[in-house]
Design a protein around this ligand. Sequence first.
Ligand SMILES: Cc1cn([C@H]2C[C@H](O)[C@@H](COP(=O)(O)OP(=O)(O)OP(=O)(O)O)O2)c(=O)[nH]c1=O
Length: 190
Amino acid sequence: MNYPDITLASASPRRRELLTQLGVRFELVKADIDETPQPNEAPAAYVQRLAQQKARAGLGLCQQRPVLGADTIVVCDGAILGKPTDFADFNQTMQRLSGRSHQVMTAVALLDDTRQLQCLVSTLVWFRPLTAADIHSYWHSGEPQDKAGGYGIQGLGGKFIPRIDGSYSAVVGLPLYETDQLLQQWQERA
Ligand SMILES: Cc1cn([C@H]2C[C@H](O)[C@@H](COP(=O)(O)OP(=O)(O)OP(=O)(O)O)O2)c(=O)[nH]c1=O
């Protein structure tokens, strides 16, 4: 595939692996941004703003390549469930997700000084009912700590998930189909 060479503005090993899976040639920069939601900011607006800000922050650090930034959030009843701050926070999140469905939103932004392309992918994820023992042992596995919503579908967390409706790779952190489309669109209009 004829993709542009890009910069990935991300510290996430999952995003790196998914982009490699597509066969994209990229360099890495780490874009540190403030992830605080604005007052009354809707989840879809928030996740798109963060993806753009990560890409923008990367622009200053790269050598004239388009920069890709992405953000993933877990949304339940309109509330954004971020990375767990401690066990109490994680426990609350798991109680909320237990035995029902929620949304995972991933936004991707691809930009340089003159152009910007972006997409938003929303996936429904179902959790089976969780016991207190499930929640404790999952926390102590060490997996939830750096993950939006406190779980990883690609890891141990997958055993709680009987079904999804949408994009598996988007839940992990970077939607393969939509990212391919963005990169192709970028190249076509280069
Ligand atoms: C829901 C879910 C999230 N996640 C991950 C994807 C993201 O890496 C992380 C969400 O946090 P993000 O803030 O989107 O990303 P990040 O901080 O890991 O990386 P960066 O901002 O540098 O690109 O949670 C999974 O790995 N599996 C899952 O099932």
